[in-house]
Design a protein around this ligand. Structure first.
Ligand code: NAD
Length: 554
């Protein structure tokens, strides 16, 4: 990080407040945490993850947000428009302290060209999902979801685990970096192709990847040896996926499992065209963005065509939420959608139960606080062996990045129960400071994304985006500490709308009531959304849990 940037991003920990209350303090610490050098991919550019997903529009806006949060009263609400603070209004103590809208564009204009034009004029930023809504917690944030996906794939296709299989993927960035660790956690071998060596090094430093090589021969040899021995191993292979996949096909190598997590959702900033060094790519991006996008999209088409070839030869292939199929389809790859997205293939049943990536962060900065909350999960949810195994594995294998945090997939009822326990622990002094509770926007009732979370909905409602908006409104009414509505996260401009929610457990009775409301309505929206689409599991869950859905059938 540059010196001037490092001066601005201060990583507050401990119990001393720098604001007028814990809710404002939580927003301040989480904004700073999103830009922690161990958390963000390019903190000097305010870029947190996912291509150009930013925490604030520019440094002036960042300074103004920090100033506003420090001055914000306990009955006021700060409004943030695409990373810029635009107003502070009197509200009330139970209202959100911050409301955020990022990257929203009127639908007929919602594409990257319009976005880049607005971005250049200083009118907008790309908020991704948790970047602009200040609840990104580094690669850990996605590890369990990625693990759940690979574990479910192992169950469906390989008799229970990925032992004795090779998974091929690309992109070891902020989120994609979770893939190698998740595959090895599920017992398999992973080759992760990554064009930027510094990204591989970072995954090795944090033990998300085991070894690195720039030789395709060596990567294949290491992978096949480990597969034969039934050993888990992850290999970071330096190279460009659009070049390496066809090369693998030429050599007769076929993986057992195949996916991709390059930032294909953003052809200008997220994907490196075939045959280019990083420096050449950066130069072309600046000098001739149109030519860059053309080459980038053509490379994605080559990449997807190779994936289809490998799928035809037997690889279990799925899209991992970066919209690469859509780009390839637009480029003329007719069979681009022949392989499914990960949500319909592996995740939707969890969404039907209101389950999704729930996370919490110790504002104290004290890892002991997270260890104590881990113990609560093991005690209170001991009936869920899968979840308990996850917590034990996470304790052993996952290094904290920035403020200590934990993630696990909890559903309706469980989230509210856990929130109350945490609040009680803060109240009793068992935890050294308040805890902030939030989630990814990739959750059961908070996103409309027809090539990802809402792909192939049973009733054909994939593109209906009323749901995330209702989700944001009910969470704001319930008293979440900050609520956000974004566009374009995960899959790029025009392809998604989604909402975020973060709430502070500060140990007060008021927080207890807010937690009960918000941690019920938030996963409740997931159940309602899937009941409405006609999923039996959601209907059964709604009945069992007593979710009141006026027109529920069955
Ligand atoms: P990132 O921008 O931090 O990382 C992308 C990585 O891909 C970079 O390291 C880049 O060097 C590499 N890359 C780009 N082009 C390449 C090429 N041609 N060959 C090899 N490597 C290449 O992004 P991220 O946060 O890791 O997210 C990756 C993608 O996954 C995004 O599109 C994001 O929206 C999506 N995503 C999916 C999920 C999910 O659960 N499915 C969750 C979060 C993000």
């Amino acid at each position: 990080m540059k010196a001037d940037t490092a001066d601005k991003v201060i990583h507050y920990t401990g119990t001393e407040l720098h604001t007028k209350g814990w809710q404002q303090e939580a927003a301040l610490r989480m904004l700073m945490n999103n830009l922690h050098p161990d958390v963000a991919e390019h903190p000097d550019k305010l870029v947190v993850y996912g291509g150009i997903g930013k925490a604030a529009r520019n440094w002036e806006s960042f300074d103004a947000i920090v100033r506003s949060l420090k001055e914000l009263e306990n009955d006021e609400t700060l409004l943030v428009q695409s990373g810029k603070p635009v107003a502070i209004f009197k509200s009330h103590t139970d209202a959100p302290r911050v409301l955020i809208a990022n990257s929203n564009i009127v639908p007929a204009y919602a594409n990257w060209d319009t976005f880049h034009e607005l971005d250049k004029k200083g009118l907008m930023m790309y908020g991704q999902m948790t970047a602009g809504s200040w609840i990104y917690i580094g690669s850990q944030g996605i590890v369990q979801g990625t693990y759940e996906t690979f574990a479910e794939l192992g169950k469906q296709h390989f008799g229970g685990s990925l032992k004795g299989t090779i998974t091929l993927t690309a992109g070891l960035g902020g989120m994609g970096g979770a893939q190698p660790l998740s595959v090895t956690m599920a017992g398999g071998v992973c080759i992760g192709i990554e064009v930027d060596e510094t990204r591989i090094d970072r995954r090795i430093e944090t033990r998300y990847t085991d070894v690195k090589t720039d030789s395709l021969d060596e990567a294949i040899r290491l992978a096949e040896e480990a597969k034969a021995e039934g050993k888990a191993l992850s290999i970071g292979l330096l190279g460009n996926a659009a070049d390496i996949l066809p090369e693998m096909i030429a050599r007769g190598f076929n993986p057992d499992v195949l996916t991709d997590q390059t930032s294909a959702h953003d052809p200008l900033n997220g994907y490196i065209p075939s045959g280019m060094s990083l420096e050449e790519a950066a130069e072309l991006r600046d000098s001739n963005p149109e030519e860059y996008v053309k080459r980038s999209k053509a490379s994605m088409a080559t990449h997807v065509a190779a994936m289809i070839d490998m799928m035809d030869k037997g690889a279990v292939t799925f899209d991992y939420g970066n919209n690469i199929r859509q780009v390839a389809k637009d480029e003329g790859v007719e069979r681009a959608f022949d392989f499914p997205g990960f949500v319909p293939a592996y995740i939707r049943p969890q969404f039907c139960e209101g389950k999704g990536p729930f996370r919490w962060v110790a504002l104290s900065g004290n890892p002991e606080d997270i260890r104590k909350t881990d113990e609560v999960i093991l005690r209170e949810f001991s009936y869920n062996t899968h979840l308990c195994n996850w917590i034990k594995m996470a304790q052993e294998k996952i290094q904290f990045q920035g403020l200590p945090a934990r993630i696990c997939w909890l559903g309706y009822g469980e989230r509210a129960r856990f929130g109350k326990i945490i609040n009680d622990m803060v109240a009793s002094g068992e935890l050294s400071a308040p805890i902030v509770i939030g989630r990814d926007h990739l959750d059961s009732g908070s996103v409309a994304s027809p090539n990802r979370e809402t792909e192939a909905m049973k009733d054909g409602s994939d593109v209906v985006s009323d749901w995330p908006i209702l989700n944001a409104m009910i969470n704001a009414v319930g008293g979440a500490t900050w609520v956000s509505v974004h566009h374009g996260g995960g899959v790029g401009m025009g392809y998604s709308q989604h909402a975020g929610m973060v709430i502070v457990a500060d140990g007060t009775k008021e927080a207890e009531a807010r937690l009960e409301r918000v941690l019920t309505t938030d996963p409740g929206m997931g159940i309602a959304r899937h009941v409405d689409a006609g999923y039996d599991l959601a209907i059964q869950t709604a009945k069992e849990k007593g979710v009141n859905i006026p027109m529920m059938e069955g």
